[in-house]
Design a binder for this molecule. Structure first.
Ligand code: SAH
Ligand code: SF4
Ligand code: F3S
Length: 478
């Protein structure tokens, strides 16, 4: 029997705590001793989940690169493999268990391989216990709060030949000066805040990511200026609830709308952001859509449900009426704004009448797209113990009906762009055809058009000639 209690393991109850403690800001520095540790070695990072996790994956890549490691896609070549996990729904977790099982033989073939589990699943005690008991081939477990300690963990695991398990269930601090191996040469993620204090009753994120804490505006502005100087065309500002940006500043009154206006002045062509919360979306942010040319006319604003009773049980802090009103104000400020959303169906106690209200709301707002999910129980969250009274078949049926409606919206939205000239940031060639270029419009629509590869990385005017459900086809304007 192994003694699994000797490790530094997570605790979801502890992670729920919020105090008035100040956020600590520190700078990352790579120990000189470890700067050549990875020379001649290869790393592979497998990232799942949201953009926040993708950004973390790029940070881990940056740290490994600074240690001398090179990236590889080939598992057999890798000296270290990190699985950067997501805990948002059960099926997200099941995929990871499958991956961990699949990787067992890799370790048998290469006993020196370091296999690490990180990201949001690593913050869950049931996950860590299960890995310790049943997945002995995992060498390294660390959480979302201690990515910056990766070099030390690698060193310990390598020299001591023992498992390194360290997960903190703290409120969270901010580490600056972290290196990044950015995956896209034209579009960059920029974290503006971390954590979440919303505690929607279904959601694990406030437990896995800690309290809401904002990066300083100076650090964010500096990062965007640097990205512009490097030739990046687009930044996406990241946070679980970007509209709460700055609320934790004790000595200044500076909010998300102010940040958008300051970033707009830098002159980077495109600014996007995700994710917004309806109850925190203020007039200044709406004003930024109207007055800032670089703020792109697309907003992802998760609504989750159209029923006030369900919204209340979800602890969303707004009503359907407030949501509709925010959308009205947004459309007044920016009439062509593209709106997308997230919806959960079959939340515990959701009745057919509640669900119908969600369908009605989808019709009323006329979303250009939506991510739709069946409610998934997460251990440690309040909704875990809500009575789940909806039969499985009914859940699937509701999801199907919602998806049908949402897909009609996608097509209608695409058709709006017929004969319009849109601006496309060209990212590469289409998956289907080498001679077709692909990129996203201002409204975040995928656009394909014929053109020369030299246009990759540029913003090109394209006239839409064939709108399809999932993408638009067009012709480059001279
Ligand atoms: N911070 C963002 C994103 C959270 S996760 C936000 O507040 O919108 C992305 C989406 O996953 C959520 O909007 C929600 O629709 C969905 N989601 C979160 N927890 C879930 C759960 N337990 N079951 C089903 N869907 C969930
Ligand atoms: Fe989860 Fe709600 Fe926070 Fe979004 S706002 S991360 S859904 S708790
Ligand atoms: Fe998943 Fe964690 Fe993001 S649970 S959605 S990776 S914050």
């Amino acid at each position: 029997m192994i003694d699994i209690d000797k490790y530094f393991k997570p605790n979801l109850k502890q992670a729920r705590k919020r105090t008035q403690a100040d956020t600590e800001y520190k700078d990352f520095q790579l120990d000189e001793r470890l700067q050549k540790f990875g020379v001649g070695k290869f790393y592979k990072i497998q990232t799942y989940g949201c953009q926040g996790n993708e950004a973390d994956g790029e940070t881990m890549g940056g740290i490994l690169r600074d240690m001398g490691y090179q990236p590889t896609e080939d598992e057999a070549q890798a000296d270290i493999i990190l699985i950067n996990t997501c805990a948002i729904r059960e099926n997200a977790e099941n995929r990871i268990w499958g991956e961990l099982g699949r990787m067992k033989p890799l370790k048998r073939r290469n006993p020196d391989l370091l296999l690490g589990l990180c990201g949001c699943m690593a913050q869950e005690e049931n996950v860590v216990n299960r890995v310790l008991e049943k997945y002995q081939h995992v060498d390294l477990i660390f959480g979302t709060h201690n990515i910056h300690l990766l070099p030390q963990y690698i060193e310990t695991a390598h020299f001591n030949k023992e498992r390194v398990i360290e997960v903190f269930s703290e409120e969270g601090n901010i580490v600056e000066n972290l290196p990044k191996a950015r995956q896209n040469p034209y579009k960059a993620w920029v974290n503006i805040m971390f954590g979440c204090d919303e505690f929607c009753t279904y959601c694990i994120v406030p437990y896995t990511r800690g309290k809401e804490r904002s990066r300083s505006k100076e650090d964010i502005i500096e990062e965007v200026k640097e990205l512009k100087a490097l030739g990046y065309q687009e930044v996406t500002l990241l946070g679980q609830n970007v509209n709460a940006y700055g609320k934790d500043f004790k000595d200044q009154d500076y909010t998300f709308g102010d940040l958008l206006m300051d970033l707009d002045k830098i002159g980077i062509p495109r600014i996007r952001f995700t994710t917004s919360h309806p109850h925190d979306l203020d007039d200044k942010t709406i004003e930024a859509f109207r007055s800032c040319p670089s703020v792109m006319p697309h907003l992802h604003l998760p609504v989750q449900s159209g029923s006030n009773a369900v919204l209340k049980k979800m602890n969303r802090h707004y009503t359907r009426e407030l949501y509709v009103d925010v959308i009205r104000k947004l459309r007044e400020a920016k009439p062509d704004i593209a709106l997308t959303t997230d919806i959960i169906v079959a939340f515990p106690t959701e009745t057919e009448a509640d669900f119908q209200m969600t369908l009605d709301l989808v019709k009323e707002i006329d979303f250009e797209g939506a991510y739709t999910f069946i409610f998934s129980k997460r251990a440690g969250t309040p909704a875990y113990s809500f009575e789940d009274n909806i039969p499985e078949s009914e859940k699937k049926e509701r999801l199907k009906r919602l998806i049908k409606l949402v897909n009609d919206g996608y097509l209608r939205a695409s058709q709006k762009y017929m004969n319009q000239v849109v601006e496309v940031l060209v990212e590469g060639v289409s998956k289907q055809d080498e001679r077709t270029l692909a990129g996203y419009s201002e409204h975040n629509k995928l656009v394909n058009f014929k053109g020369d590869k030299s246009l990759i990385g540029k913003i090109v005017k394209v006239k839409i000639t064939q709108p399809r459900t999932w993408f638009l086809i067009g012709e480059a304007c001279e």
